[in-house]
Design a protein around this ligand. Structure first.
Ligand code: 13P
Ligand code: SF4
Length: 302
């Protein structure tokens, strides 16, 4: 393992590459990353990195966003088969239909979406900035794609807006039920419940804090409490434990695992650094169209 990590460091220098990783990738991959964070941090950061090659350890929509925002850079992914099923759970035809029905609608697209869906949208959001951005939009009517749970959670703070929801969901977060959270709460009554907004409403109802992966990590680090029940994918446990060695973290039920994120292995990382394979390419017309709502997000989230 150490040999492989040394090899990665040497290859990075040789290829002028930086490694970006999401909190859900395996711990050993997080350990070799130059930058690790939530979707918003990683999307906003890619534009500031001086290296000419970005190796994105995450799922396709993250690599695509990095490429859309940095067309001059080479973006590689350890496994191009690492895809987020929710990213495909909205339809371009439906967006067109909603736009025809409501002239004043803003199509708000969670970044967990394909470049094609982003290209048909007005603005992108992540779980860490969705509320701020949707609130700032002048439009009363919002079509929120693809995640229904995040959309409904945001809508609960904005009674002045009219939301149209889409029935997309994250199968990993949706696998957690309210009963499992209640059981965890009974087992560890003093623990604070921290949940990702992709969870079902019945889970969010039990939560003391709701936020992105980075938000959850930050909340636990700043809290004076020392026990937490973590309702998101198990990859965040690495950073939570690293930042808070004296605090205790539990996961309710069977811990949630995103099989796509786990496709990012050290072996594949070495391979793409060596060969330059798995480069992300977007046709220029699509790239430019997907870049627009991403740039609007970066502007509005400031
Ligand atoms: P974050 O933006 O909170 O990192 O979430 C990304 C994701 O895929 C959640 O399932
Ligand atoms: Fe997609 Fe869910 Fe995996 Fe996040 S955890 S990448 S939303 S499948």
């Amino acid at each position: 393992m150490n040999q492989m990590k040394e090899k990665i460091q040497a290859l990075k220098r040789e290829k002028n590459a930086a490694i970006l990783a999401h909190y859900y990738v395996p711990e050993e991959v997080q350990e070799v990353a130059d930058y690790i964070g939530d979707s918003y941090y990683l999307a906003s950061l890619a534009a500031k990195i001086k290296e000419t090659t970005l190796v994105f350890c995450g799922v396709s929509f993250m690599g695509e966003s990095a490429k859309a925002l940095n067309p001059e850079k080479t973006v590689l992914m350890p496994d191009t088969g690492a895809d987020c099923p929710m990213a495909h759970m909205a339809a371009q035809d439906k967006i067109k239909m909603v736009r025809e029905m409501y002239e004043d609608v803003a199509v708000v697209c969670y970044v967990n979406s394909t470049a094609e869906l982003k290209a048909c949208s007005d603005v992108c959001v992540t779980s860490s900035n969705a509320l701020k951005i949707v609130k700032a939009l002048p439009n009363k009517r919002i079509y929120f794609i693809p995640d229904e749970n995040l959309g409904r959670y945001i809508a609960s703070f904005l009674p002045e807006k009219e939301f149209i929801f889409n029935d997309g969901f994250c199968h990993v977060h949706a696998s957690l039920g309210g009963e499992e959270v209640k059981k965890a709460k009974n087992a560890w009554p003093k623990a604070k419940i921290l949940a990702h907004p992709e969870c079902r409403p019945e889970v969010l109802k039990e939560a003391d804090y709701i936020g992105s992966t980075a938000g959850i990590i930050d909340y636990a680090a700043k809290s004076s409490e020392n026990k937490f029940i973590i309702c998101t994918e198990k990859g965040v446990m690495a950073e939570l434990k690293k930042k808070n060695p004296d605090k205790i973290f539990h996961m309710p039920g069977r811990s949630m695992c995103c099989a796509d994120m786990k496709k990012n292995t050290l072996e594949k990382l070495v391979c793409v650094l060596e060969t330059g394979e798995n480069e992300i390419h977007l046709p220029e017309k699509l790239r430019a169209a997907a870049e627009k709502p991403l740039k609007s997000m970066l502007e509005l989230a400031k």
